[in-house]
Design a protein around this ligand. Structure first.
Ligand code: SAM
Length: 324
């Protein structure tokens, strides 16, 4: 919320044309070497020991001092840093565990996290296949604390800023045929917006809490089948992932998706020649058909046993259907 308030909505058009807030469930396990190193930095203060120091990323490039040296030496660790609440008063949803004193700003404030992706020393525009192969992302299926497998990210839905703020059409809202309309969602200098009051009063705890509650409520409305609170969401996603599939081909698709992230939430996947359904099972899982707007459709001339969150069409894909 802090980032959206401070950067995205504080300009027209919105920075990077961001239109949505995405929610992810992240599980992580940092390498032992990171733990020892971080423990050495922070001593027994009890704060920050499970996480590496926050590594700032800009356009996908880690800009922290000696970033790559640290990653290479102590592993591709997830970092964190408490958010300043004096400027923007957004608080954690759940209390931090093992954080003392538990009412200190570090324990109640929101948190920035840094998750090292592939080729972290290059910007998005300079990440080559060779570089990504040499320095693969530390994102993996089951974080095990090895130097290159430290976190897993599960998409858990998205909400549109327009819907949240009650803006019918942002493109028409901020500009018309005569140029900019003067509408802006938020200006830091005046601490309010023009054309909407949704982001007004960034330091007001009550208003910040109310904004957070509205975001959570909108997630609940869009994804009624998903729990709306983060710990319940963690339990929901902790359901075991599949270990058996209808065909061994499924494992090859999983590997391809690990490498290229082709199966995304909120997409339509068409599996031509889907019987017996191994690829379709992976597609349902990875495109998160159970909890996003993804649809997975499989076609085969052979009948396939039904699969949850999957539409099966029996037919020959090489033949044109007759119009009724
Ligand atoms: C190797 S299997 C696919 C296995 C599947 N990807 C999986 O992971 O379980 C190929 C399938 O393509 C289907 N197929 C081949 N030509 C087809 C066509 N013209 N129309 C529909 N299905 C076709 C076959 O019936 C067969 O079931």
């Amino acid at each position: 919320m802090l980032r959206v308030a401070s950067e995205v909505v504080a300009s027209v058009p919105r920075k990077y044309n961001v239109t949505r807030i995405l929610r992810y469930l992240v599980t992580m396990k940092n390498p032992d070497d990171t733990f020892k190193h971080v423990h050495w930095i922070y001593g027994d203060s009890g704060y920050g020991k499970q996480f590496a120091p926050f590594g700032a990323f800009d356009s996908g490039k880690c800009t922290a001092t000696n970033c790559m040296d640290k990653y290479e030496e102590y592993g591709y660790a997830v970092g964190c840093q408490a958010v300043e609440t004096e400027e923007y008063n957004y608080k954690r949803q759940a209390p931090a565990t093992n954080c003392v004193p538990d009412d200190s700003p570090e324990c109640v404030s929101g948190t920035w996290y840094s998750l090292p992706g592939a080729c972290p020393h290059k910007t998005l525009y300079h990440k080559t296949d060779e570089c990504e192969e040499q320095y693969p992302s530390a994102k993996c299926d089951q974080p095990d604390g090895s130097l290159t497998c430290t976190y897993n990210v599960r998409y858990a839905g998205q909400v549109e800023l327009d819907e949240l703020e009650g803006i019918p059409d942002y493109e028409k809202w901020w500009v018309d045929e005569d140029g900019p309309t003067g509408n802006i969602e938020y200006e830091k200098i005046t601490d309010d917006g023009n054309g909407t009051a949704w982001w007004n009063e960034r330091r007001n705890e009550e208003r910040c809490n109310s904004r957070m509650a509205q975001v959570i409520a909108l997630f609940g409305k869009r994804y009624p089948d998903l729990p709306d609170n983060l710990s319940n969401l963690a339990t929901y996603f902790a359901r075991p992932t599949k270990t058996t599939y209808r065909s061994s081909a499924a494992w090859a698709l999983r590997q391809m998706d690990d490498r290229f992230s082709i199966l995304r939430p909120d997409t339509v996947v068409l599996d031509l020649g889907c019987f017996p359904g191994g690829w379709s099972e992976v597609a349902v899982e990875r495109a998160q058909a159970s909890c996003s707007s993804s649809r997975v459709i499989g076609v085969d001339s052979t009948y396939m046993d039904p699969l949850e969150y999957h539409t099966f069409i029996q037919g020959d894909v090489a033949k044109q259907a007759k119009r009724p």
